[in-house]
Design a protein around this ligand. Structure first.
Ligand SMILES: Nc1ncnc2c1ncn2[C@@H]1O[C@H](COP(=O)(O)OP(=O)(O)OP(=O)(O)O)[C@@H](O)[C@H]1O
Length: 208
């Protein structure tokens, strides 16, 4: 169970200004998806960045299976994030970008390489493992970023508009991939403006 309690945050602003402030409280069970939506600037990315550890909360707690996560740096949290900037490494090919999710030093077994090729095929990118990210379309890069995240196998997944701009076929494939993750017990938080994504994936919808 993810238990977020009294998680507070405000962006530092100049002393005579008062920036926006948030306090988040919610729980999420393994396999559940919480969708958050709201107008631009309502704080969706702020919440995801707090959970991922890219922003430090001013108070409150984030507990996963009773472990307190707030003191941990992002890489020690049981969390994978897929944010809007896909953060692919341009000097690595597609297969190696995904392989980083399996082994940070890219020491991959034959079985892991086969797993990467199969994952690429699953999302309609068969045979594209040797390409560089610059040789892919925006939607293809998005799929690579999502695969890298999923193959890491972390129990918590944070998704910031992961399917925006994809064509209907690609969306359909990624919906079934994400539903599979839920069945495997992965808990997810999805920031999405898209009502269909929320309808297909979310167990709870929260308007910020
Ligand atoms: N580094 C920052 N310093 C000060 N204020 C910030 C900073 N980053 C974001 N904000 C402000 O915090 C608020 C929430 O921003 P956030 O990016 O979380 O919104 P969002 O709901 O994800 O928006 P969008 O849907 O446009 O991505 C906005 O008013 C924004 O201007």
């Amino acid at each position: 169970m993810l238990d977020v309690s009294g998680l507070g945050f405000h962006y530092p602003t100049s002393p005579d200004q008062h920036g926006p402030k948030w306090q988040f409280d919610f729980t999420l069970a393994p396999g559940e998806c919480l969708a958050i939506h709201g107008v631009s600037g309502s704080g969706k990315s702020t919440l995801l960045n707090l959970l991922a550890g890219f922003l430090q909360a001013s108070g409150g707690s984030i507990r996963w299976r009773r472990q307190e996560l707030t003191p941990l740096p992002p890489w020690e949290r049981p969390i994978t994030s897929v944010f809007q900037e896909h953060n692919l490494f341009e000097h690595l090919n597609v297969a190696d970008n995904i392989g980083l999710g399996l082994h940070p030093g890219l020491k991959l077994s034959g079985a892991q390489k086969i797993k990467i090729a199969a994952a690429l095929e699953r999302v309609g990118l068969a045979g594209m493992g040797k390409r560089r990210p610059a040789e892919l379309s925006g939607g293809q890069r998005q799929r690579v970023a999502l695969l890298r995240a999923l193959l890491r196998g972390q129990p918590l997944l944070l998704l910031d508009e992961p399917l925006t701009g994809l064509d209907p076929d690609a969306r359909h494939i990624l919906h079934s991939l994400l539903l599979e993750q839920k069945r495997d017990g992965v808990a997810m938080i999805l920031a999405s403006h898209d009502a269909e994504d929320r309808h297909v994936l979310a167990d709870k919808v929260w308007s910020l």
